[in-house]
Design a protein around this ligand. Structure first.
Ligand SMILES: CC(C)(COP(=O)(O)OP(=O)(O)OC[C@H]1O[C@@H](n2cnc3c(N)ncnc32)[C@H](O)[C@@H]1OP(=O)(O)O)[C@@H](O)C(=O)NCCC(=O)NCCS
Length: 188
């Protein structure tokens, strides 16, 4: 399944499932966010092709949801302007729970790409993987992400105080969750 979305910039993007040819683009975006240094608790970019390819094989092997936003006017590694993954919990007894991660390329933030990717990913995770609940966590300093997650219906279920130490400053981790049936009730 895929969806065509017109951005308010006038550009058209395609929202669809990840394919092998997207792998370098997805990691390009990840590494760009790591270099920004304020959104994710990872210090080093991923350069190894084996690591990138292993991640892709694992997504496919585990039937995880990875939705990307493709800009058809751009070439690799810039054609994927954002990605949203809903991965599985490692516990057998938590197979109804998905763990959401999302990155939008800097230039394309604040024009609803994130909201559209999350919406698509949640629907696919229910349809294909029978997920019932989506969980995530964010830095307490990430105001845009927290605003978007709350707007979509995620609620805060806990805060881990001073969970991360970045540039000699402690940051709290905000843990959130969303029941998909509640989301459907609000967004159909
Ligand atoms: C967080 C992120 C995924 C959101 O995606 P996006 O495409 O930029 O988000 P959208 O355009 O769909 O929505 C952004 C919302 O945040 C609002 N916003 C922007 N900056 C804000 C700020 N500093 N404080 C509060 N709200 C803010 C926007 O106005 C918009 O809300 P609205 O629809 O009510 O006007 C994206 O910005 C991103 O990838 N950031 C860097 C990586 C990251 O933080 N990943 C998530 C880690 S948990």
């Amino acid at each position: 399944m895929k969806k065509v979305l017109e951005l308010k910039t006038g550009e058209t993007i395609i929202i669809r499932h990840l394919t092998k040819s997207d792998v370098d683009d997805v990691w390009y975006n990840f590494n760009e966010v790591i270099e920004e240094g304020i959104y994710l608790p990872v210090f080093l970019p991923v350069k190894s092709q084996i690591e990138k390819d292993t991640w892709y094989l694992n997504v496919k092997k585990e039937n995880e949801i990875c939705i990307i936003a493709e800009h058809p006017g751009l070439n690799a590694p810039y054609k994927v302007i954002g990605q949203c993954e809903i991965s599985n919990m490692e516990w057998d007894a938590a197979s109804h729970v998905g763990v959401l991660g999302i990155i939008i390329r800097k230039k394309y933030r604040d024009i609803f790409v994130g909201r559209s990717l999350i919406d698509f990913a949640i629907r696919e995770s229910k349809k294909l993987n029978n997920k019932e609940k989506i969980i995530l966590s964010s830095f307490s300093t990430n105001e845009r992400a927290l605003h978007l997650f709350k707007k979509l219906g995620f609620t805060v279920v806990g805060i881990r105080k001073k969970q991360f130490l970045l540039d000699s400053k402690y940051i709290d981790e905000v843990m959130m969750e969303l029941w998909i049936d509640d989301y459907f009730n609000e967004n159909f």
